[in-house]
Unconditional design. Structure first.
Length: 104
């Protein structure tokens, strides 16, 4: 659960937020482009699901929007994302507990 001291429920929410801000600050897309795209994603999700819970579905929509912007600007592809996700999975599954995960 979010608290004023911890605005993100899960660490990946904070990481996704920070990545989005860094990409925008780095000129990969404008913040206005982001907000329009994210608003459209949220509207699609509301239309398909009804009321959103504001937690898991919010961050799923955030991730979907970021992936869409990166795809549209040819900065990534679904295949590239899946290859990276699979590499991270292999890395964290083979990393001893308490050790930093290293992606080779």
């Amino acid at each position: 659960m979010k608290t004023p001291e911890a605005p993100f429920t899960d660490p990946w929410h904070a990481q996704l937020f920070a990545l989005t801000v860094a990409l925008s600050d780095g000129g990969r897309f404008g913040w206005a482009d982001w907000t329009r795209a994210f608003g459209a994603t949220l509207a699609r999700h509301r239309q398909a699901q009804g009321a959103l819970d504001g937690e898991g579905d919010y961050w799923a929509a955030w991730l979907e929007t970021l992936e869409g912007l990166l795809d549209a600007r040819a900065m990534t592809s679904a295949e590239g994302r899946e290859a990276t996700r699979a590499a991270w999975e292999r890395a964290y599954l083979s990393t001893p507990h308490g050790q930093p995960v290293r992606l080779s």
